[in-house]
Design a protein around this ligand. Structure first.
Ligand code: NG1
Length: 393
């Protein structure tokens, strides 16, 4: 069976209860931000390409209150982020806030450091249902929830949601030292119930793509629960190869590059690996636009085919799949009613996403439980809303 995802109200109630126990008071601020799953458009965001993610019902919740002193005290009890952990630091001089241990706190510290207004001392509790390190953006959910919390705390609200996403991305680059693209923060900020988001990572324009027509079909996330070994160095390596290829061609990014340029690169002596990486990015951008058009036309067979092609290219050209992910994808694809299955997120472990008939969900889960050597977990991904405030009742 797919896992039952706790509702936002349940997570909120848990966070409020912990706050009362920890601080002997009621919180007066409550915010949330979702994790995300990417339907297609992988390793394109940092190449100024297209992505098509949707926000998940798994969320990070922060509840809190101003405490009248210059420190913030943050308790995180989420198993997704860490075991129970308490953190206290001075927010009166934000230029002195620096990254360090525990690691999860760097996402929070980065957002506080780059928030465009002074931050008063506060107490807060963080609870999350976004699985960590699985390619479902637990880090972006934490950053965006922190930013929304600071908006509620200070009354200083971001006028353009893009700026909010960009500050959160900066926190991840500078404080967590992760050279991520912009997809995760954007969808956590801009997710809309019942929609996926087509994001152009060059000009940051967005189009909400309604998913309410998919009726008999669903997206099933399968978490391989296999660790992201080597993922940060391999991610950096892939990114650097793309940047190098764009530079060789005298272009700002691979977004400006076409399949014809592969010949030019070859003549310039680019390695076979660089040619494969570039080929993936160019074709993945086309697939993302084609999948968006197919969703809009209700051509779900086509969507599934493009998802399959995306995975095969990530496996063979970008080389970010793993035995575990390939097993999950291959097993799912054999079940009648499955239209497409691919790894989602950076790869090297983490999750797959499968587009299938509702009736086939149990068959896929049973087949994976039988053939997969690890222990997989399953979630139905329904397109959910982006970050927001909740009342504190
Ligand atoms: P995951 O590993 O799913 O969070 C990473 C990047 C994204 C994007 C994808 C590949 C981070 C935090 N995020 O996603 O920006 O580049 O890989 O499409 O590294």
């Amino acid at each position: 069976m797919a896992q039952v995802i706790p509702t936002i109200d349940q997570v909120k109630a848990e966070a409020m209860e912990i706050f009362r126990k920890e601080f002997g008071d009621d919180p007066d601020i409550c915010v949330f931000a979702p994790g995300r799953v990417n339907l297609i458009g992988e390793h394109t965001d940092y190449n100024e390409g297209f992505v098509l993610p949707m926000a998940l019902p798994m969320v990070t919740i922060i509840v809190g209150k101003v405490n009248g002193n210059k420190n913030c005290t943050i308790v995180s009890t989420s198993k997704s982020i860490t075991t129970t952990s308490k953190l206290e630091f001075d927010v009166s001089d934000r230029s002195k806030i620096a990254p360090g241990e525990p690691k999860w706190a760097n996402y929070v510290k980065g957002c506080i450091a780059y928030f465009p207004a002074d931050v008063p001392g506060f107490n807060a509790v963080i609870v999350s249902t976004v699985p960590m390190g699985s390619g479902l953006s637990s880090s972006a959910a934490l950053e965006v929830a922190t930013y929304t919390f600071l908006e509620a705390l200070t009354g200083v609200e971001c006028k353009d949601p893009r700026d909010k996403a960009l500050v959160c991305q900066k926190a991840e680059h500078e404080f967590a030292n992760v050279p991520c693209g912009i997809m995760d923060q954007f969808i956590s900020v801009m997710g809309k119930q019942g929609h996926a988001l087509l994001l152009d990572c060059r000009d940051l324009s967005v189009t909400q793509i309604p998913m309410d027509g998919i009726d008999d079909y669903v997206f099933l996330i399968t978490n391989s629960n296999s660790p992201h070994k080597l993922s940060s160095s391999a991610f950096r390596e892939r990114r650097d190869a793309c940047f190098e290829a764009a530079k060789m061609l005298g272009k700002k990014s691979l977004r400006e590059v076409t399949l014809d340029d592969l010949e030019v690169l070859k003549k310039q002596g680019a390695s076979e690996i660089i040619l494969k990486r570039v080929g993936h990015v160019i074709n993945e951008n086309s697939r993302t636009l084609a999948a968006t058009a197919a969703f809009q036309a209700g051509d779900y067979i086509k969507v599934g085919e493009l998802m399959n092609e995306s995975h095969d290219s990530l496996r063979d050209n970008y080389e970010v799949s793993s035995n575990e992910l390939d097993t999950l994808v291959n097993t799912a694809r054999k079940i009648p009613g499955v239209l497409g299955s691919r790894l989602t997120g950076a790869g090297f472990g983490g999750c797959t996403i499968t587009f299938l008939k509702k009736d086939s969900v149990d068959l896929v889960i049973a087949a994976i439980n039988k053939s997969y050597s690890g222990t997989a977990s399953f979630y139905i991904a329904s397109p959910s809303v982006g970050t927001g405030k909740l009342d504190c009742k």
